[in-house]
Design a protein around this ligand. Structure first.
Ligand code: 2HG
Ligand code: ZN
Length: 482
């Protein structure tokens, strides 16, 4: 049932009832209006939608979902449409309805004593961070697309990002959740409790379910104290092995100070500084690889600058770091982060790229990068490996940019060959083929090989129990049955 949805196209009568319910600003049916919702950020998927619904409240959404479910119409949840794996794009049939939650965009409450935030799905991650900061707190989740990505999608994909090394993934921040289920009923789990052992932790089932079990409409998130001091440095290193030696040195000082520890290849940095306006390398000369380290603490008495300088001095001495720049102002800190955050955009500008969002035990990252670079170069001469990412938690974006001058379509036609080559090495290193971006429509074909047997069968049984007619986000996560 999960992979062969027998959904129906909406009738004119259903569309009229949805328009009555949602009003003129709540439904789009003209192709010119629906088109932006039917293509993903990477431009890999180009679908069609019978309509785009834009409900403003949970009650409106619940009634709309009940109407669609009653008519057997499939629904594709969408937030900021920033998926890297086509997780929110309808197929080409034109019979599915996209449901965009961006109008549900209120931060309802921030509790300064509980350190919690009650927030709706359509708030962008950036707006949520800003609201927490304005209340003297911190929402410790940061991803490159945070200006557009919305809380609903961030939770539905269990996003990770730059601060996982210190605070965990999105899942770890979720105390409570409200979900509109595929039949239009509402699971109200908006509790703000640190301890709540009352059977299955249902909220965690929806986190990471990629819209295949329902619509996350709001959440209670755990906030953290705002750091009193932040220090960031960009360091030049020879390779990922040296990056990990630097990581160990900071951890030996105090693991609780490391807020982010990011790796960038020389090739990736070169693309950023050449292709993204407003960026330049703040070091004397280019290096084979770089680390962006950020230390932060809410403590009054910590001298972060001394910790940073002491570790870097020792690492210069040992030859682990060849050059480094410490941000002297908030502007410089943001400029260092821009070099890291623009990697995806730079690779998009460089032509077609194949992304491998993989994780391995931290200790094995150097071997992953060395072996996967060699294997992909042997597979497609001229291919440009540009690995980067969250080395502090073992999540590397082992991305490959097309050879210069190659037809992008011809390169993308080989995406499975490339992904399978990298995945074989990841498997050998006890890693995962999907670290933080999810499965979407790009990776379901890999599920049987990686999560087959009882694991995938159990996921299918859960899917069939909650969404028996296969109406939620068809084509995402699950491979075709059989
Ligand atoms: C990041 O870490 C994002 O910047 C995007 O996860 C990674 O482009 C990518 O593969
Ligand atoms: Zn990432």
């Amino acid at each position: 049932m999960t992979a062969t949805p027998s959904s129906a196209p909406p009738t004119a009568d259903l569309l009229a009832r949805l328009a009555d319910l949602l009003g003129p600003s709540g439904i789009l049916t003209e192709t010119t209006d629906t088109a932006p919702y039917c293509t993903d950020w990477r431009s890999l998927y180009h679908g069609r939608a019978a309509a785009v619904l834009r409900p403003a409240t949970t009650a409106e959404l619940a009634r709309a979902v009940a109407l669609c479910a009653g008519a057997g119409v499939a629904m594709v949840p969408q937030g900021g449409n920033t998926s890297m794996v086509g997780g929110a794009t309808p197929d080409e049939s034109g019979r599915d309805i996209v449901v965009c939650l961006s109008r549900m965009n209120r931060v309802r409450q921030i509790d300064p004593l509980d350190h919690t935030m009650d927030i709706e799905a359509g708030v962008t991650l950036k707006a949520a961070q800003d609201a927490a900061r304005a209340a003297g707190l911190m929402l410790p989740l940061s991803i490159s697309s945070e200006g557009s990505a919305q809380i609903g999608g961030v939770l539905a994909t269990n996003a990770g990002g730059n601060n996982t090394v210190r605070y965990g993934n999105a899942r770890e921040l979720v105390l409570g959740l409200e979900v509109v289920l595929p039949d239009g009923s509402v699971f109200n789990g908006l509790r703000r409790l640190r301890k709540d052992n009352t059977g299955y932790a249902l909220r965690q089932l929806f986190v990471g379910s990629e819209g295949t079990l329902g619509f996350i409409t709001s959440a209670i998130l755990q906030l953290q104290p705002q750091p009193r001091a932040v220090e960031a440095a960009l360091c030049a290193v020879a390779d990922a092995g040296a990056a990990l030696a630097l990581f160990s040195a900071f951890r030996a000082q105090d693991p609780a100070l490391i807020q982010a520890f990011e790796y960038m290849s020389g090739a990736g940095m070169d693309l950023v500084t050449r292709l993204v306006p407003g960026t330049s390398l703040p070091l004397a000369e280019p290096a084979p690889a770089y680390v962006l380290v950020e230390l932060a603490t809410p403590r009054r008495d910590a001298d972060l600058r001394t910790v940073l300088e002491d570790v870097l001095a020792a690492m210069f001495e040992s030859g682990t770091v060849s050059d480094a720049v410490i941000a002297e102002s908030e502007g410089q800190r943001l400029a260092l982060w821009k070099l890291r955050e623009e990697h995806a955009e730079a690779q998009r500008r460089a032509g077609a790229s194949v992304k491998n969002d993989v994780s391995v035990p931290v200790s094995r990252v150097p071997e992953l990068i060395a072996r996967a670079s060699a294997a992909c170069t042997a597979l497609i001469p001229g291919i440009r490996p540009a690995p980067f990412g969250h080395i502090g938690d073992g999540n590397i974006h082992f991305n490959l940019v097309q050879p210069e001058g190659m037809d992008p379509a011809a390169f993308l036609a080989q995406d499975h060959r490339i992904m399978d080559t990298v995945a074989a090495i990841v498997r050998d290193l006890d890693g995962s083929f999907s670290a933080e971006h999810g499965i979407g429509r790009l990776k379901p074909y890999m599920m049987p090989g990686w999560r087959g047997g009882a694991e995938l069968a159990t996921m299918r049984r859960i899917k069939d129990a909650i969404d028996p007619h296969g109406l939620m986000n068809p084509g995402a996560l699950f491979p075709p049955a059989g």
